[in-house]
Design a protein around this ligand. Structure first.
Ligand code: DX5
Ligand code: ZN
Length: 228
């Protein structure tokens, strides 16, 4: 059942890039199964982060599922390179391309999970034509481009809406949330319906990332267990 499990996806954007393998070991010990990888091009978002070669190196360094979040213009040009580099999940922004359906199909044709992302200003309604086919929907809870920003509580309504639509139409997507997630808001995001929680700062900018992950996993399972 889609809701029986919540996963924490550490975002390596907040990790020390000079010792990535060590940072990854720490969150693996905390029991995560996903690693969130933020790709930024300096055009779609103001920041520049990492690209295909880093994903290829990560693929060699870990067996964790690589959840690649593309914050780039022309995502259609980069699906194949990221798929070949070893991405397991690839998400593209609804706002980044006029050819959303084509890009999502390309991700699936490469045998990867296809996700669609919406910025805080984009309504769920903008996804109506792709919801039947996507594997996951990523709801941004900050404006993309930077780690360490404050969670925007108004996006909880969109998470609830996605959960309701899935139940009403029997869709299969998972719901992911990204930005400003930490121990203070795990419970409310899980109760709203989020199943993959991306967290960077609240994991890697702590003295003990393993403990931070464990704490968030525990909060998430408590939220599921006490759900009304
Ligand atoms: C923001 C990125 C996020 C970011 C989250 O554009 O998509 O994945 O790393 O970082 P925190 O958890 O610090 O908000
Ligand atoms: Zn992200």
């Amino acid at each position: 059942m889609a809701e029986s499990n919540v996963e924490i996806a550490p975002s390596i954007l907040a990790a020390n890039f000079a010792s990535l393998a060590q940072e990854i070991r720490a969150v693996e010990q905390g029991g995560v199964s996903l690693l969130h990888v933020d790709v930024m091009d300096g055009h779609f978002v103001p920041n520049i982060s990492i690209g295909v070669p880093v994903v290829a190196s990560l693929r060699k360094a870990t067996r964790l599922t690589l959840d690649v979040h593309l914050m780039i213009e022309n995502p259609e040009r980069y699906i194949e390179p990221f798929a070949e580099a070893g991405a397991d999940m690839i998400s593209v922004h609804q706002e980044a391309t006029p050819h959303l359906d084509r890009v999502l199909s390309a991700i699936r044709e490469h045998g990867r999970e296809a996700g669609v992302v919406i910025n805080p200003a984009t309504p769920v309604a903008a996804l109506s034509e792709v919801l039947p086919t996507v594997d996951y929907v990523l709801v941004m809870s900050v404006n993309p481009g930077f780690g360490g920003q404050a969670f925007l509580p108004r996006v909880l309504g969109k998470i609830r809406q996605l959960k309701e639509l899935r139940a009403r139409y029997d869709y299969a997507y998972r719901i992911e949330v990204d930005g400003g997630i930490g121990p203070d808001n795990v419970v409310e995001t899980v109760r709203a319906g989020a199943q993959i929680l991306v967290a960077g700062t609240s994991i890697f900018h702590t003295p003990d990332p393993t403990a931070a992950v464990r704490k968030m996993r525990q909060l998430a399972s408590e939220a599921l267990a006490t759900k009304v």
